[in-house]
Design a protein around this ligand. Structure first.
Ligand code: EPU
Length: 339
């Protein structure tokens, strides 16, 4: 098939994923308007070309060869609407999440400041319901606008319809592969509402901080703990924090009373995967081209020259060690894209 002008043929995606896994897409497109995005999806449908949706590439495991067209919605507009005490931000899927957080916080708007420095595009944020420092996207997101891959029609989904959970949403499940996220609506507030209960955040910010100060402090903490993907490729936390049943948590706590654990409102106890991996002595451990980060054991890093198979092998070694020592199964967090 002859691709239309905005489609790039044989596009190298290695620098479009923060793990720098070598990957080539048969076609790549980054439509900047809703109508060109719709045209792109409808053409793919007519020609029977599979569509893979990409954002900033900070939470995906790409295959070496990706058939069909990889589409990155580059919808870069956002604006604010005041409605009484509340302020709503409408944000295009292609806006950088961190740039948005800093722009909103600098305007004195509260709601997303704890989510500073999370890499990736706004359109990908609802997929895994990004979360950090006691806040998750679902706390401020009021609706998500999606476009159907089947007919190009746009519709809004309420927060409830997004079925958010810990690093989970309807976009990873029932709606996976059938819609593109095109816009978010966030409910923000000019009234200060700091959430400072996580870790040493309260101790690090001054008294009565501004939203911008909180965002800057969160950024500083993240820079200390997490490797910069530009320097040491990674995808943030590689595993989810596992939730075990109360009996299993009790058994583990008898043996390891210092183990971090968080009772869940929905039942079960969440454990810190980073602590479990650390306790297996794996911090700084290398497995071929990949390794466990020296400062945060939950992050796997790529030293160069590896591919997805090597990464899966490294992840298997880490998960195997945790299963053997603690009897706890770890689940990989980034999304595996099929070839
Ligand atoms: N810990 C260790 N050793 C380690 C790492 C952690 O002992 O190498 C312990 C810490 O001391 C702490 C506990 O484990 O007691 C939790 O660690 P931390 O506060 O660093 O958070 P995390 O559970 O490892 C989660 C998110 C991060 C988010 C932070 C802060 C997941 C999978 N990860 O990490 O999100 O930034 O909390 O809220 O939920 C991401 O998703 O990519 C990500 C970076």
């Amino acid at each position: 098939m002859q691709p239309p002008a905005p489609w790039h043929r044989e596009c190298d995606l290695t620098h479009r994923n923060t793990l720098r896994l070598p990957s080539r897409a048969q076609f790549f497109a980054a439509p900047t308007t809703l109508s060109t995005l719709r045209d792109c999806l409808m053409l793919a449908r007519r020609e029977g070309v599979p569509v893979t949706l990409l954002g900033g590439g900070s939470n995906v495991l790409l295959p070496p060869a990706l058939g069909g067209v990889a589409v990155r919605p580059a919808l870069g507009q956002w604006w604010l609407e005041r409605n009484g005490k509340r302020t709503r931000a409408y944000v295009g899927a292609g806006v950088s999440w961190h740039a948005l957080v800093m722009a909103l916080s600098a305007r004195g708007l509260w709601g997303v400041e704890n989510l500073a420095l999370i890499p990736g595009d706004c359109g990908a944020a609802p997929v895994q319901n990004i979360g950090a420092y006691g806040v998750e996207l679902a706390d401020t997101l009021s609706a998500v606008q999606v476009m159907s891959l089947a007919d190009g029609k746009a519709r809004w989904l309420s927060r409830r319809a997004c079925r958010f959970g810990y690093r989970d949403s309807v976009f990873k499940r029932e709606l996976a592969g059938s819609v593109v996220i095109i816009r978010l609506a966030l409910e923000l507030s000019f009234a200060p509402q700091p959430v400072l209960g996580y870790g040493d955040l309260a101790a690090r910010v001054g008294h009565a901080p501004t939203a911008l100060e909180v965002a800057q402090t969160v950024s500083a903490i993240r820079r200390e703990k997490l490797p910069d993907p530009q320097r040491l490729p990674n995808a943030g936390s590689f595993f989810k924090n596992p939730v075990v049943d109360e009996a299993a948590a009790r058994r583990l706590l008898q043996r390891y009373p210092e183990m971090p654990h968080f009772a869940q409102a929905s039942g079960g106890v969440k454990l810190a995967a980073g602590w479990l991996i650390d306790r297996c002595g794996l911090k700084g451990q290398r497995f071929g081209a990949f390794g466990v980060h020296q400062r945060q054991a939950l992050v796997l890093v790529h030293f160069g020259g590896g591919d997805r198979t090597g990464l899966k092998h490294a992840a298997g070694q880490v998960a195997g060690a945790v299963r053997e020592r603690f009897g706890v199964a770890l689940e990989v967090e980034p999304r595996t894209i099929s070839a």
